[in-house]
Design a protein around this ligand. Structure first.
Ligand code: FES
Length: 573
């Protein structure tokens, strides 16, 4: 197809301001403006209202997203801030992705949400937009959309839940959910206790309060400069969260006037800072995929080696589950992301612009480093753990890369050679994992394939449960390998995101029961110890599965990139 015959994207009138932006196309701009005013006056808006800049507010509240239960209250406070600063708030709904009530996985829909929001920002008049999110995929989807639309944007999350307690022990979603479930499978907890614990794991509105994916992305939005200081960690139920909402609304009007766009804030330096924070918080492995995807929307390429270069320089500084013992409200009490950034100052790009208009250097000028009593955030001279909390791997099992959260793995398994037991799908896993005739031992390596981006939309199934009969014997960890993801709240010696994935014909597709696998985290290697000639023979027998027949799932399976490229759709970058 020649350039002349290629379809061109529809152009919108973006020189106008406020309500006159992006006119509906009737072929008569004057009529469009006239009609727009008629319908907006039906909504109770007068000439004075319509002379104001418009701030779009993304509403991702949904009964299916329990973490966003308090979002309506947050929206009211953002609106107040917008009005106080002379703007006109317009709330609009965008699909909401709640982790627990979405099948088969929210990751399958992250790109759909990003695409929907990008088009809504492009299509509707707004001088700036407030990205309200929280639950795992909502924040990356919103940042991807904002990056592509490149309209001034500011992020605000709903904030973490408060911590629950059971018989004197603090607990919360979802690291403790997994630990308690493992104990239940191992026969250490009875049904009655499970019912009681169940009421305490998610005791308030807000996102999971460990350093899972939601908390990680909230901290990274702050480190990227896309949200206000302390917005990443202030508890969902705190008055500070409400004050942050008002301040975010005011700031949204200011960034619109200043034309401060995501491309001005999310620069290569900002991603350097975000990856530095990711390493220091031993955050979710999912953030590696999300940051890669957001950056690629801005034409910034971050490969696994770039992640490694930063991971290998930054020690583990925050003491939050699953790679620690505390929770997000503790981190907030101890100074939140600003205190952490102050500690990390020598490792940051201090010229990076933040959403306030200040550079990172300026925003940290008056910030104190964590004091002695602030134990959840450590200093570079007294870290909680060594560098390399997250490790990117390569090797014959994952030539395109894989990742492991070393800070949440068992030390004795970081170098391990074991015999593979292979599960072909989630169905296969459910049917056979607890079958004692498999004769598994703690030294086996559990392999789950066909759960990569193409194969299954990349569910968080990489934290394969310990077989029940081994759990009863007290086994709490084994080496587990997949082309899927795991929840940021999960822990164990778990290799994830193997690339190329099995459905794309990667080496994972060629493993057979009984093969030997060697994991060597210090040397960043995961190898399949099978002769190349034998692998070539197996490869000749490989046939790929057909994609889903229709709809979004077909578009996703036929367009999605591999994990190391951010698992975005190839035509959205
Ligand atoms: Fe929503 Fe964990 S389920 S943040």
């Amino acid at each position: 197809m020649s350039d002349q015959t290629k379809a061109q994207p529809v152009k919108v009138n973006d020189n106008a301001e406020g309500v006159d932006r992006k006119l509906t196309n009737y072929g008569d701009p004057g009529f469009s403006r006239f009609l727009r005013r008629a319908f907006l006056s039906s909504a109770g808006l007068d000439t004075e209202d319509l002379s104001r800049p418009i701030v779009g507010i993304v509403n991702t509240a949904s009964d299916y997203t329990t973490c966003h239960r308090d979002m309506p209250q947050l929206i009211e406070h953002v609106k107040r801030g917008v009005l106080e600063a002379g703007g006109l708030p317009f709330v609009f709904p965008v699909m909401s992705l709640g982790e627990i009530l979405t099948s088969p996985t929210t990751m399958l829909f992250r790109n759909l949400m990003a695409m929907e929001l990008e088009e809504q920002i492009r299509a509707q008049p707004m001088d700036s937009v407030v990205l309200l999110g929280g639950c795992d995929k909502t924040v990356p989807a919103e940042l991807m959309a904002a990056a592509s639309a490149d309209v001034p944007a500011i992020a605000l999350v709903v904030g973490p839940m408060s911590v629950g307690s059971y018989k004197g022990e603090r607990l919360g979603a979802c690291t403790d959910c997994r630990r308690i479930w493992t104990d239940y499978r191992g026969g250490q907890i009875d049904e009655a206790s499970m019912a009681e614990v169940n009421q305490e794991l998610a005791p308030t509105a807000g996102t999971c309060m460990v350093m899972g994916t939601a908390s990680t992305m909230a901290c990274l939005a702050e480190a990227l400069g896309m949200s206000l200081p302390f917005a990443g960690t202030a508890p969902a139920v705190s008055s500070q969260r409400l004050r942050l909402a008002v301040q975010t609304g005011r700031r949204a009007v200011e960034i619109g006037a200043a034309d401060r766009r995501p491309s001005h804030v999310m620069t290569a330096g900002a991603f350097h800072n975000a990856i530095t924070v990711l390493a220091a918080i031993a955050g979710s492995t999912n953030a590696i995929i999300h940051l890669t995807a957001i950056a690629r929307r801005l034409n910034i390429r971050i490969g696994l080696n770039e992640f490694h270069n930063i991971f290998s320089q930054v020690p583990h500084l925050t003491d939050c589950k699953p790679a620690g013992s505390n929770y997000l409200p503790d981190m907030h009490r101890d100074g939140g992301v600003p205190a952490l950034l102050k500690t990390l100052e020598p490792l940051l790009d201090l010229n990076a612009l933040t959403i306030t208009g200040e550079s990172m250097r300026e925003s940290l000028q008056d910030q104190s480093p964590p004091q002695k009593w602030q134990e959840t955030i450590r200093t570079l001279s007294h870290p909680l753990g060594p560098t390399g909390s997250l490790v990117t791997l390569t090797g014959s099992l994952a030539p395109g890369g894989a990742v492991i959260k070393a800070a949440a793995a068992s030390k004795h398994l970081l170098v391990h050679e074991g015999t593979a037991c292979v599960f072909d799908s989630l169905q296969d896993l459910a049917e056979r994992l607890d079958d004692e005739t498999l004769g598994l031992t703690a030294d086996h390596v559990l392999v789950l394939r066909n759960i990569g981006p193409v194969g299954a939309g990349m569910p968080e199934a990489g934290a394969i449960p310990i077989p029940q009969y081994l759990a009863r014997e007290g086994v709490r960890d084994m080496v587990r390998i997949s082309d899927g993801r795991m929840s940021g709240t999960a822990y164990g010696t778990i290799v994830l995101h193997c690339t190329p994935e099995a459905a794309a014909g990667g080496p994972l597709a060629l493993i057979r029961d009984g093969d030997k696998i060697r994991l060597d985290v210090p040397n960043r290697v995961v190898d399949l110890l099978v002769e190349q000639a034998e692998l070539d023979r197996r490869k000749a027998d490989f046939t790929s599965r057909p994609p889903p027949e229709r709809g979004w799932q077909r578009l996703h399976a036929t367009s999605v990139l591999q994990a190391s490229q951010g698992a975005d759709l190839d035509f959205l970058q």
